[in-house]
Design a protein around this ligand. Sequence first.
Ligand code: PMP
Length: 442
Amino acid sequence: MSKHFIETENKVIADSLKIRFYPIAVKSAKGTRITDQDGVEYLDLAAGWAVAGIGYGHQRVSNKIKEQYETLSFTSQLSAPEPTMVSLAQKLLDITPGDFPKKVWFGHSGSDANDCIAKLVPLEKNRSRMISFMGSYHGQTMGSLSLSGHPAQSRFIGSGNVVKIPYPNPYRPLFGDPKRLTDQVIDYLENEVFNTVCPPEDTAGIIIEGIQSDGGLIVPPADFLPRLQEICRRYGIHLIFDEVKVGLGRTGKWFSFDHHDIVPDAVVLGKSLGGGLPISAVVARKEILDVGTGIHLFTTSGNPVSSTASLETMKIIEDERLIDNARVNGEYFMTLLKQLQEKHEIIGDVRGKGLAIGVELVENRVSKVPAAEKTAAICYRCYELGMLVFYVGIHSNVIEITPPLTITKKDINLAISVFDQAFSDLEQQRINMDRVKEYAGW
Ligand code: PMP
């Protein structure tokens, strides 16, 4: 059944819309589990690219969506505002820091929200340039791909007005000494970039992921983000956090920047915001989002059904104490993964915060040569063993672990035993590499 479905899907759905790791045809999903069309159940450690933060098919969200659809299925904010969107905006304003006037913008994807940043921040500042980070993923539309520094967008030419600087990666420090990483990147920004290609008086904003996710689940040194904020304040540059993947509780706080004393000028949200429905948001200084009327809008932005789903999602995060769960069970997961690292030589690094965890695989722990093909093999083997994980990173060698925040210790124990089996199978050459190649494109 699955095989036939996949053949049909391949004929009718555009390749430009796909990244495939293994041949799965999904039928349904509930909580942390996905079931395929042959009835096989999988533990989803990726939460569908971090969308299913509260898990799949939450009954409370389902009830609210039905109720909302029957009460008011649609009104476009272009012409007629309604209360759901306004309540959601209020909630987002409440959970983001900053005692200056703020407002909220709504869209449908991380990409259109980052386009909002790419358009409005330079306009408001009347400065034509932005700075972002090598390895960052901000989206696929022209503005958001211009901000991105990820290989996924490297075939497209975006705006040349975005300068990319190195993201401080403690496992692979670009300039050598990991202890001086923060100083080195900050010095490079201030003494090189500002003095040459991107003068601060022309720089409208710096956009950063508090943990660089698609770039490889990289956690910067603890002092880096506060130092970056200091620089932004000194030069009057807006500091923007892209929290599309790691925001809304995943790291054990509402936002990744909440682990530091940081007040961003703009916060970008998406993915898990809608509990599975498409919705994105930018929460930012009023002057940024009020820079013009009707200059970045979409007909269905902030529609009542997505807004209702999102509002209920926020309540579930609080009622079910999912932020605490992310912190506590994230630590538990990391501890067990570090024990696995002692057993399996290929695991070069285990890092993360809360339930945003990266496991980097290397051919050799001294040379740190990325083991990309083997990473694909592990993901494929996990799929065969009933667990879904993807790989990320500019070297495609980091297993990304971003499960629903509802994950239990029992699920984590299961995940560890699946990983252990997959790593042993790799070591014993028991993985069918032809099948891995077919899907991973090696
Ligand atoms: N920002 C970040 C940090 C992301 O991880 C992603 C998606 N991986 C995006 C933006 C783009 O989101 P979308 O795919 O919803 O456009």
